[in-house]
Design a protein around this ligand. Structure first.
Ligand code: AQP
Length: 328
């Protein structure tokens, strides 16, 4: 049995990209492994968040975990800020990170591009992410493709710490889905679909109502052609829509292509909208139940207790190895 840790930032409404690239794998792994899934609110504040919105988004992401099929009896579901060890080990690992390696992170480059004032939190984000993972001695980290570089840095930091202070952390492996690891924006097939995008037409939120989903897909960018063909180089937008179709139906992109042979984009998009609506409908129903029952608070209390017990132990070990004077 492997130890699994992953999370999603509560920086907006979760998109179908977050689901396909990450959450779907959380659900698939929970029965086989010892799983910890967090809602990364400390990461969310690396860009400014309005307090009431942050509170709502954090609870919403937690409820979506459950609605998507995570079973709190199997996996620990918790809020990052409920386990203070994250912030503490995050600091310790920040002191072990080099400016040069942090500057190379493409997420930092993307998110700081063109901004006049860039928060330092955005820069040191990967050290906190390393702490998230290393606290649990996770061997497996299910993430989308965009997080691969951060995971490499986590491996480097774990190795650096172990070399300097003796064996303390387990070096984790990424677990990236073969298909759907990078769902692209509906408005630009070269950009990742992102929950914090200012343009709501660029993403499908897991909580979008059916009419909005239909409208967004109808307006989604395509190319000048009309053939439903999977060709990421030349037809990035259509290929992305085919990936979403495949992920919602369990079909391969080859099967999707065969099914729409000789039909134009119009027919394909119409069906895609219904496929997405149908895939999200049970999740949305369950989400409404979870929110109205109030059960999420008990789930999160229990999750924080389970996660905290593991995290505290690792943190104590790391602090001892680094030479911090303990309370005796
Ligand atoms: N478009 C995507 N396709 C596949 N996987 C994706 N993930 C995110 N976007 C896609 C995966 O979802 C998990 C959670 O991501 P995160 O919230 O930690 O931050 P992110 O990767 O920066 O995702 P967003 O949606 O773009 O958030 P914002 O806009 O706040 O930065 C990760 O496993 C990620 O790979």
């Amino acid at each position: 049995q492997q130890r699994v840790l992953s999370g999603i930032q509560s920086s907006g409404k979760l998109t179908i990209g977050n689901y396909i690239g990450a959450m779907k794998n959380f659900v698939a792994l929970q029965h086989e492994h010892d799983c910890y899934f967090m809602i990364a609110d400390l990461h969310a504040v690396t860009v400014p968040q309005e307090p009431a919105a942050l509170r709502e988004q954090t609870e919403s992401v937690a409820a979506l975990y459950v609605a998507a099929g995570l079973d709190p009896a199997e996996a620990a579901i918790f809020i990052q800020s409920h386990v203070p060890a994250h912030a503490e080990l995050g600091w310790l690992l920040t002191t072990m990170s080099y400016m040069g390696e942090l500057e190379r992170m493409t997420q930092y480059k993307d998110k700081s591009e063109g901004k006049e004032a860039v928060g330092a939190g955005l820069f040191v984000y990967p050290a906190l992410m390393a702490a998230d993972i290393l606290l649990y001695n996770a061997t497996l980290v299910p993430v989308g493709d965009d997080q691969k570089q951060h995971l490499e840095l986590t491996r480097d930091l774990a190795g650096r710490f172990n070399y300097r202070y003796g064996d303390t952390f387990v070096v984790p492996e990424p677990f990236i889905p073969k298909q759907g690891a990078r769902i692209m924006s509906l408005e630009d097939g070269t950009k990742k679909m992102s929950k914090s995008s200012p343009s709501a037409g660029s993403y499908i939120s897991l909580l979008d109502n059916p009419d909005d989903i239909r409208k967004k897909i109808a307006r989604a960018k395509t190319d000048m052609g009309r053939e439903v063909v999977y060709d990421v180089q030349n037809k990035p937008e259509v290929s992305n829509l085919m990936t979403i179709y495949g992920q919602c139906t369990g079909k391969t992109v080859e099967q999707v292509q065969a099914a729409y042979d000789g039909q134009g984009y119009g027919a394909f998009k119409k069906d895609l909208a219904e496929v997405v609506v149908a895939a999200l409908e049970p999740m949305q129903r369950k989400y409404a139940d979870v929110r109205s029952s109030g059960e999420i608070h008990r789930i999160l209390r229990d999750g924080a207790e389970r996660a905290g017990a593991v995290a505290e132990q690792t943190l104590a070990k790391a602090k001892e190895a680094m030479g911090f004077l303990p309370i005796v």
